[in-house]
Design a protein around this ligand. Structure first.
Ligand code: ACO
Length: 308
């Protein structure tokens, strides 16, 4: 088995939208500050949704769009740092909700905002040794659970949501990934049961250093150039980070998908939400090639060459 093919995508966003103006009534900030520093205009914040309920809706949609019977799913991986329970995992709840087979691995994976790229890589490994052809890879987060709304430099950045893909083991499609980790609990951390603490400028420096390198390394490993990629989907943390990467790589801006304006930073969910949005807009179809690249807490990073 050579690689993976994406056969379906889905997403679920909480119904409650909070604009910058609404947030400014609760937090000492302004639409002007948030929009100019980050590009974020609004975010979805969960009210009665749970991590598992969003993950299940996104995954159900991905299965339906793929036309896949749950019996054909060989693994279910949920990338998240904000599960509903330490156990059962969100993925175990999906096994029940989606009526996935019992003889398959279902588990959560925490690589913070790089989690979805890690999840794709693990799915490929599991499919290579399994008997069923498809895997569900979901990113789902309720980041608002971790936020300290007195910390204006951090709480304005994040949002909640879930995205999902169904991938198929394929000999005719390539899949290549590059993953990395640097133990660092000072730039960004979230104690269990506590709130997210972030040194924004340090994370900004890390992101602008690692993303171009990770894109280069992933392309090298795939034996491809940026010209052969239809879209680059960066983890949607900050419009300025993506603009910096575009400039550094001297790349066409339109190749870098951007939707952080509408969702904020949804951590592990940001890349699969973007992929589903792109698919439903008709930007992705059979033959499309996408480079996904994430960075986040850990510190972690990951790039993946992905085909449709
Ligand atoms: N509203 C108004 N003013 C604010 C706000 C706010 N929400 N937040 C900070 N400020 C003020 C600060 O107090 C400071 O004021 P001062 O100069 O009087 O002291 C000023 O704005 C500038 O603050 P900085 O922190 O220097 O602002 P900066 O331009 O660096 O932008 C930001 C901060 C947006 C957080 C930026 O550093 C960033 O995007 N970092 C990357 C963060 C990121 O990508 N995180 C995702 C990690 S992924 C994961 O795994 C969770």
């Amino acid at each position: 088995m050579k690689g993976l093919r994406v056969v379906g995508t889905g997403r679920c966003l909480p119904k409650n939208i909070v604009t910058n103006a609404q947030l400014s009534r609760q937090v000492d900030t302004s639409d002007e500050w948030i929009a100019s520093r980050t590009g974020v205009l609004q975010r979805h914040i969960a009210t009665d949704e749970t991590n598992a309920s969003m993950a299940e809706r996104a995954a159900q949609q991905a299965l339906e769009r793929a036309g896949i019977n749950p019996e054909q799913v060989g693994a279910c991986i949920v990338a998240t740092l904000t599960p509903d329970y330490a156990t059962p995992s969100v993925a175990c709840l999906l096994q029940r909700g989606l009526e996935l087979p019992e003889d398959i691995p279902c588990f959560d994976l925490n690589a913070a905002c790089s989690g979805f790229v890690y999840g794709l890589t693990v799915a490929r490994g599991l499919l290579a040794q399994g008997t069923k052809p498809y895997a569900l890879v979901v990113g789902s987060e309720i980041m608002s659970r971790t936020l300290d709304f007195a910390d204006r430099a951090t709480c304005v950045l994040f949002g909640d949501g879930a995205g999902a893909v169904v991938v198929e083991a394929s000999d005719s499609h390539n899949f290549v990934s590059v993953l990395g980790t640097r133990g660092d609990d000072t730039s960004l951390s979230c104690p269990v049961g506590g709130t997210l603490q972030m040194q924004g400028s340090e994370v900004f420096r890390f992101a602008t250093d690692i993303l171009p390198r990770c894109i280069h390394e992933t392309l090298n490993k795939a034996g491809r150039s940026l010209d052969e990629v239809d879209y680059v989907v960066c983890h949607q943390a900050n419009q300025r980070i993506i603009a910096y990467v575009v400039k550094k790589l001297k790349a066409p801006e339109e190749k870098f998908y951007l939707n952080v304006q509408y969702y904020g930073n949804t951590s592990a969910a940001s890349i699969p939400i973007a992929l589903d949005e792109m698919a439903t807009k008709g930007l992705l179809a059979a033959g499309s090639r996408v480079l996904c690249v994430g960075f986040g807490g850990g510190l972690t990073w990951g790039g993946a060459w992905l085909e449709w």
